[in-house]
Structure formats: C-alpha cells, structure tokens
Design a protein around this ligand. Structure first.
Ligand code: AGP
Length: 607
C-alpha cells in the first residue's frame, strides 16, 4: 500500500507535498517522490529510501507553479529503486502519475503500449497508466484519464498532473482510498485524512470509478461515463494533534496510552439508561432469528479480534460463529445463508482482501455489519451497517488501540445478540453491561505494568523464539500477543492452545525458551498452571499474565503480571495491553523501527 498526495492552490507546492507525505509514511516507505510544474515544465524528483532522503534532495527547491503530486511507496511490482519509485511519466515527460493499488492487467497493456512505441523505464504497473493517458491525450486531460482508467483492471487511487494543464489536478479511484480536501483558494487529494488536516477539515470521499478534477477554486466529480456527480462534503472532527506523536517516542506507545480514552469513546456514546444502544447497526429479533450462524471475516489483528468475538458471542448469545481470514474466505465458495449476519472487522476499512470478502458475502445475500475505524472508508460505505470504533487515527503500523476498540465493539454486539436471543436474562445483561462499562477506567491501572514489562524485555529481547500459550479466551488473545511481537521485533513467535502443547510442539521447549502464559480464565486456571509447570520442567522461562488475587501462584512463573480482577469474559480487554507493551519494549530494546516495521504497511490495499 502506498500514500499519495496532490495540491493545487496558491502556496509553494513542494512543502505542501512533503508535509502531506510525512503524514502518510506509515502507508509505505521504501521510496518517495514528487512531480511539480516549474516555469511551465513538469519536474519529477524522486529517490529510493525514506521520505527524509527526498526532503534532503529538495532542500531549497521551490516550484514556480503551485500544482503537484507526491508519493511514498510500499513496493508491489519491482523492487525499491529510483526507476520504480513514483511519480511515473510518459515518454515526453509532460504527464506524471502517482498510484496506490495494483493494475492487474498491466502486462497486457504494457505489451500493447510498447507495440505503439512507448518506452518503459520501470518494472511497475503504474508506469503503464502514464503511457496509457498519453496514448489517449489529444488536448483534454480529463478525457484522456477517463479513457485510460476505463482500460484498467484491479485497484487504483491516482493523482495526475501535466505541464500542459498547470491549472488542473486530476484524481481517480477504484478500490483504493482517496480523499479530496476542500480548501479556500486551494484544493488537495490524499490517500488518508491526516495529510489534509493542516489545510482543511472538509473533504469529499470519492466513490469507486469516479474522477475528480481540481482547480484552485473548483472541484468537479465525474462518474466513469463523464456525468458530473453531486457530493455531500464531510467535516472531520478529530484534530491534527491526534495524528502527531504528542511527546511520545513512538506513535505505538502513544496509541497504547490512548486506550483508556478511545475504549471509553467507543463504549459510552452507546451506553444509556443501563442499556447498550446499537441502533446504528439495525440488528433486531428478525435478524437474530434469520441467523443460524455468524461469519466474522477480517485480516491480521482484526481477525484476532474476530476470534475473541467467536468465543464471547457463542458463550453469551449461543449462536455458532465461524471466523475466517478474508484471503481464504473470498476464494473458497463460502456457504452464506441469505439474510444471515456477517461481521466484517477492519481498522482502515480499505484492506483489499477484507473488502473482496465482504463483496462475496454480499453477493450471497448476507447482512453485513462492519466494525471500522476510518470514517468514509470503502468498507464502511459498502456495508449494510457500520459500528465505528472511535480509536482516532492509528498511525503505527502495528495495531494496538484499534484492536482494543474492535474488542469493545464486538463485546457490545455480543451483548446485543444475547439480549435479543434471550440467552441471558435482564439481570445478567445488566451485570455484564456494568462490567463492560468499568473496563476503560481499569485500563489506566493496566498501563502501570509498563515498567515491569520494560524491565522484563531488557532481559529477554535476545530471544530467537517465543511461545504464547493459553486456554479459551486466553488462547485467542495469545494470537494477537504473538503477532504484535513478531511484526515489530522480528522475533519468531507462536500462539498455542496450552492444552495442545503436549501433542508435539512441547518438543521445541528447551533450556531458556521464553513462554508467555496468559492465565485469566478461572475455570481453566488449574490446567493452565499445569501447562506452565510442564514447560518449566523442560527449562522454559515463563512470563505469566493473570488476575491479582486469583491467578498463578507466585512460585510457578519467573515473572507474573497481575491485572485488576474483572469477570473472566472481559479478560481479553485488559490482558492485551501488557502484551502490546511487552512487544513494544522488546522491539525498542532490539532497536527496531517500531512504528514502521520492515516489509509492512498500515493498510494492505493490495492482494
Ligand atoms: C496489525 O498490527 C497489522 N499491521 C495487520 O495485521 C492489520 O491488522 C491487518 O492488515 C488488517 O488491517 P485492517 O484492520 O485495516 O483491515
């Protein structure tokens, strides 16, 4: 996934583009570039490596015109290199393009363009778009872009400029996010809202296959047939500071510290008169009666939230739940009953696999409820109903606060389903809702474990492999704990059902192997303690996570993190944060780039 920006207006365009790209670097950071018009000529400046390298190259550079586009890349086609970095241009060098997405038919188009005389210098799919626009260009840039994108298969968010049209910036999108910023005497485009907030809070969200033509004082949106489209603008409420580090060393640790607030922001607006009000998702008794099975579909961390959802929905509402990674669901001819509930979970609302899986489920007649963080994202706009998490912008590539708010949302849905299914009585419903309402305040106590975890990480960051074990809800939570460690510290890790270890994997436990045992489920505690003793007997070092006063005996684990006691069913909401802190400090001790881990991107908008 990549980040694109574009600007047209009265400012010097170079700092605007570089500033916008700095807000999007979490989307991809293996190369960066800009294209601007200077003295009537299009100039492209780009480099392999981080945005800071491009900023050094452009120190003191000023464009004479005030239109341009910029790009920060997460390589899909062609390794990170100068030639493969964006923007890409036509042979004449007077049309430039930046792109986020994948053009699936680019090889066929490239072959045809070469036969028409085009000379390619990169291995990218994007360069095809520049030459295709050139092919159709006979003086009308909008017409050329419209004809070019009609030939594209796959996903794209495009920014297009030309020195033959210095008063125009064109944007087009299909399946990749693109937001249009509405300024005063200036207008912008970007892959995500943080890149626009310095200039405007008012935006248009482009629909698939739409094309926007931006001038300094006007924005026109067209559909794929050239018909102008009316569009309501959206006013962004959250502020730039939420998209800044705010004095923390990394976005990730800042976002972990935001968890008490954002979990409260997700819960309390929907909590009134002792009830949870989910009218926004329109689940009624009829939906529940139609639903013999619920599918939860997501990727990565969102999938792990779905796994917790399975356990709590089945426990509370007694409805069978099937959880699946979107990349599998979309290709396996899934069985979905018309009218049944399908829950889609996605922080960005743009993950390609999750979007495609949702469309597959919709084709089969499912009622789609999406749990999404980014307002106006594609998934949020195509779902039948949306339950927005209020985590605010999550900049760190490794998801933390968004996962916590996804859990809050899933718990609310589970309680609503249980209430509508009458599987819990009014007293139990009230008790559980009050229990859930107490969680955000308890998170402040959880954050106090950070010193303990930092010390433990100092002594254990050289581990080559870590096992996370647990039973029941502790097991599904350990999946997220394991992913967090892997993706930011690059330490291999595995989440394992504690009861399953003895069926083979315990052979890997040897002297000094680090095992993290999550042991909050009281009815399974004895079994989990036995599993801890089993691995200890084979030389493992054990970090245990349990409730204070009813957890793992002091002499069992090498280190124990105690959580304030809540009902077992809410344990994941509390226990995940120490695991996020553990992963964070392990990565910091290893000197890893915590916010922008290698090979990753914040939202995987490509397959
Ligand atoms: C989260 O730590 C990961 N970076 C990744 O697994 C992420 O959760 C996954 O790509 C899904 O993203 P989404 O929630 O935006 O759909």
């Amino acid at each position: 996934m990549c980040g694109i920006v574009g600007y047209i207006g009265g400012r010097d365009v170079v700092p605007v583009l570089l500033g916008g790209l700095s807000k999007l670097e979490y989307r991809g950071y293996d190369s960066a570039g800009i294209a601007v018009v200077k003295s009537g000529r299009l100039e492209i400046h780009k480099t392999k490596g981080r945005l800071s390298k491009l900023q050094d190259i452009l120190k003191g550079f000023a464009a004479s015109d005030t239109v341009g586009i910029g790009h920060t890349r997460w390589a899909t086609h062609g390794e990170p290199s100068y030639e493969n970095s964006h923007p890409h241009a036509n042979c004449a060098g007077d049309i430039a393009v930046v792109h986020n997405g994948i053009i699936e038919n680019y090889m066929k188009l490239k072959q045809w363009l070469i036969e028409q005389g085009a000379k390619f210098i990169s291995q990218t799919d994007t360069e095809v778009v520049a030459h295709l626009i050139n092919h159709f260009y006979v003086g009308d840039l909008l017409d050329a872009v419209t004809k070019a994108v009609a030939h594209l298969e796959g996903s794209y968010a495009l920014g297009v400029v030309s020195d033959k049209h210095p008063d125009t910036l064109i944007a087009a999108r299909k399946d990749s996010p693109l937001v249009v910023g509405i300024g005063d005497g200036e207008n912008l485009i970007a892959s995500d809202i943080p890149a626009l907030l310095e200039y405007t809070r008012d935006v248009y969200f482009l629909n698939d296959k739409e094309i926007a033509v931006l001038g300094k004082d006007a924005i026109t949106i067209y559909d794929e047939y050239g018909q102008t489209q009316q569009r309501e603008s959206y006013h962004v409420e959250w502020d730039v500071s939420q998209a800044e580090k705010g004095g923390y060393e990394h976005f990730m640790i800042k976002e972990i510290h935001e968890e008490p607030r954002v979990m409260a922001d997700t819960f309390f607006p929907r909590y009134r008169d002792g009830m949870i009000d989910l009218c926004e998702i329109g689940i009624d008794k009829q939906t529940v009666e139609n639903t013999k099975k619920i599918n939860i579909i997501a990727c990565g961390t969102a999938y792990h939230a779905g796994m917790v959802g399975k356990y709590i929905i089945e426990e509370l509402a007694r409805i069978p739940v099937e959880v699946e990674v979107a990349s599998e669901f979309r290709y396996r001819q899934p069985i979905i009953d018309p009218g049944q509930l399908v829950i889609i979970i996605s922080q960005s609302g743009e993950t390609a696999d999750t979007l495609a899986a949702m469309r597959e489920a919709k084709k089969r007649g499912a009622k789609i409820v999406a749990v999404v963080n980014v307002v106006g994202s594609t998934i949020s706009r195509e779902a039948d109903a949306v339950l927005y998490t209020h985590a605010g912008p999550e900049i760190a590539v490794a998801s933390t606060k968004a996962y916590n708010t996804q859990l809050m949302a899933i718990y609310m849905i589970a309680l609503e389903l249980a209430r509508l299914s009458d599987t819990i009585d009014a007293a139990e419903y009230t008790r559980l809702v009050i229990g859930l309402s107490s969680v955000p305040a308890l998170m402040n106590d959880i954050l106090k474990t950070k010193e303990q975890l930092q010390k433990f990480a100092c002594c254990n960051f050289s581990q080559s492999s870590v096992f996370f074990i647990g039973r029941g809800l502790d097991y599904v939570l350990s999946m997220e704990a394991s992913l967090k460690l892997k993706e930011i510290s690059y330490i291999h890790s595995e989440a394992y059902a504690a009861g399953e270890l003895k069926h083979g994997t315990i052979a890997l436990i040897e002297e000094g192997t680090l095992v993290v045992a999550i042991a909050t489920q009281q009815k399974l505690l004895e079994k989990t303690v036995s599993n801890i003793k089993e691995v200890k007997a084979r030389g493992a070092r054990v970090l245990a996570v349990c409730f204070e006063g009813c957890g793992v005996p002091d002499d069992v684990a090498d280190e124990t993190v105690y959580l304030p006691k809540v009902d077992d069913v809410f344990a994941p909401l509390l226990a995940v944060t120490p695991m996020q802190l553990f992963a964070y400090y392990m990565a910091v001790e290893k000197g890893c780039d915590v916010d922008k881990p290698r090979n990753l991107a914040k939202s995987v908008t490509v397959e």
